[in-house]
Design a protein around this ligand. Structure first.
Ligand code: GDP
Length: 526
């Protein structure tokens, strides 16, 4: 194996996703502790945007600051190089999370054992499914009274539409939680509430051995044997290829807060989770081991300092080796660029790096060259496929509130849209601009940033819209007829594509019925 291949194969780039409060931050922190990347608990700050008062923008800015520091957390563990990509906890920033998922090779989903599958988990899983991302599940908070584990597995399968394969199994829960039988490593991991963590780990290849009773007592031993027998009958044993195809999720039980079951999860994860996977470009499939560097921008983070309008563009390296001060081709601009201070993210520190490999994330200081989805290569003309934009859920007209600053407003809107903060639609009939978001908070962030970073003032005006959908048809006449009849409701997205603005579900249904040869799409890529 070449040096390049070795570097690439030891990389594990993934994201932890969960519904807020399931324990993502806590789990991340414990993983970093194992990697020696941090030394004290409490070092990882939640990036949850807590909405205190609508006017408390300093708070959001501060929290955005935290989120750049924790955008990527890299550390070494057991000969592996691990990159954890952080995702915003607040659902109003779900688009950000979707895009981050384009840059990972696998995902760990955290589920609260008492709450089971929650809305945000369901949505994020849909994105994983679209991309066939391999998924592992950590059922957290076993130290609390939770639901019956079999019932939980059923729910995971049903709600997340993925097969499950338990690799550890809880012995009781809540106050009486005794630990887990670790199916993957064939051992018994015991838990003592006062001591926390794994107090004792006993190898147990054969759980019919009477020794089991001496550890957990007669009743629990009998129950565990019964459970394991049932599991073996009902669930397939772990098939790594099926996991890698994203069809089955290995499941672990534990308690992140008590550091229980976390190392076991990590040990299995590094063993079975994929190293960087091939990435699809429009032209061809790019393999990570190819020597030439390629990568794409999946996230742009604006500087918090309004006096320096520079950003950090985050590149996921898809193949080869990236080097400092080497010329790379920015495909969209058709220009060679080199980077003198690319940053890598080790633990929670940013540092300048000379080289990075497929699987890694590099931060490039940028003054407006990059948009989300841009491709960089060593010279080849490639375009990586991104994640489609989803049809937004909330809409408002954006209007200029300061006639002297219309240029600034225009520029601000353009740049914020390039950063992927929200989606812009321009009404073809009257030219008014409409911003579409997934949550109210995004409108507030846009208004704030336009003012503080661009000196522009905007105001919002309501628009009654149910959905924006991209339309296309092979029947050009029908399409033209539709556009003419609905001219007041036609808009363009920022690439100039036709978008139909339906003001109610009824109108949308009628349109779909009346125009059978027109396709109505709810994501921008089709
Ligand atoms: P996030 O929103 O998913 O990042 O969740 P956090 O990691 O911030 O955790 C939410 C709350 O659950 C915090 O108060 C944690 O201390 C708590 N928590 C996390 N893991 C556990 C656990 O295993 N057991 C218990 N009892 N509480 C936990």
């Amino acid at each position: 194996m070449s040096e390049l291949e070795k570097e690439i194969h030891k990389r594990r780039t993934f994201a932890i996703i969960s519904h807020p409060d399931a324990g993502k931050t806590t789990l991340t922190e414990k993983l970093l502790l194992f990697g020696g990347a941090i030394h004290v608990a409490g070092a990882v700050k939640s990036n949850k945007i807590k909405k205190t008062a609508t006017s408390d923008w300093m708070e959001i800015e501060k929290q955005r600051g935290i989120s750049v520091a924790t955008s990527v957390m890299g550390f070494d563990y057991d000969g592996y190089k691990i990159n954890i990509l952080d995702t915003p906890g607040h659902q109003d920033f779900a688009e950000d999370t979707y895009r981050t998922l384009t840059a990972v090779d696998s995902v760990i989903i955290v589920v609260d054992s008492a709450k089971g599958v929650e809305t945000q988990t369901r949505k994020l899983m849909e994105v994983c499914r679209m991309r066939r991302t391999p998924v592992m599940i950590f059922v957290n908070k076993m130290d609390r009274d939770g639901r019956d584990p079999f019932e939980l597995l059923d729910e995971l399968e049903e709600e997340l539409k993925i097969g499950v394969c338990p690799l550890s199994w809880p012995i009781d829960s809540g106050q009486r939680f005794k630990g887990v039988y670790n199916i993957f490593h064939e051992k018994l991991d015991l838990y003592t509430p006062s001591k926390q963590t794994v107090t004792e780990s006993v190898e147990f290849k054969d759980i019919s051995s009477p020794e089991l009773e001496s550890h957990i007592g007669d009743n629990l031993a009998a129950k565990l044997r019964e459970d394991i027998e049932l599991i073996e009958g009902v669930y397939p044993s772990l098939d790594i290829d099926v996991y890698l195809k994203g069809e089955v999720a290995p499941v672990f039980f534990g308690s992140a807060l008590n550091n229980f079951g976390v190392r076991e999860l990590l040990d299995c994860f590094v063993q079975i989770a994929p190293s960087p996977r091939p990435v699809e470009a429009i032209e061809r499939i790019v393999k990570p081991e190819e020597p030439n560097f390629t990568g794409f921008i999946f996230k742009i983070h604006a500087n918090m300092d309004p006096n320096h309008r520079s950003c950090i563009a985050f590149v996921k390296i898809c193949s080869g080796k990236f080097e400092r001060n080497v010329n790379y081709k920015h495909i969209r601009l058709n220009r060679m660029l080199k980077f003198s201070s690319p940053t890598a993210f080790m633990a929670q520190k940013k540092e300048t790096v000379d080289e990075a490999f497929a699987g890694d994330i590099v931060g490039l200081p940028d003054t407006g060259n990059f948009k989300i989805g841009d491709t960089l290569t060593a010279g080849e003309d490639l375009h990586f496929k991104g994640l489609p934009s989803f049809s937004p859920e909330m809409f408002k007209y954006i209007e200029n509130a300061d006639p002297m600053k219309s240029k600034q407003l225009q520029k601000g809107i353009d740049q914020l849209m390039d950063e992927g903060v929200a989606q812009l639609f321009t009404n073809q009939f009257n030219g008014r601009k409409i911003i579409g978001t997934v949550g109210q908070l995004q409108f507030e962030v846009i208004q704030y940033r336009l003012l503080h970073e661009y000196g522009a003032q905007c105001k919002w005006e309501p628009i009654n819209l149910f959905k924006a959908c991209w339309i296309e048809s092979d029947d050009k006449d029908q399409l033209e007829d539709f556009k003419k009849r609905k001219s007041q409701y036609m808009a363009c997205d920022k690439e100039g594509r036709d978008v139909f603005l339906a003001d109610s579900n009824y109108v949308l249904n009628m349109a779909q019925q009346d125009y059978k040869d027109i396709k109505f799409h709810f994501t921008s890529e089709f």
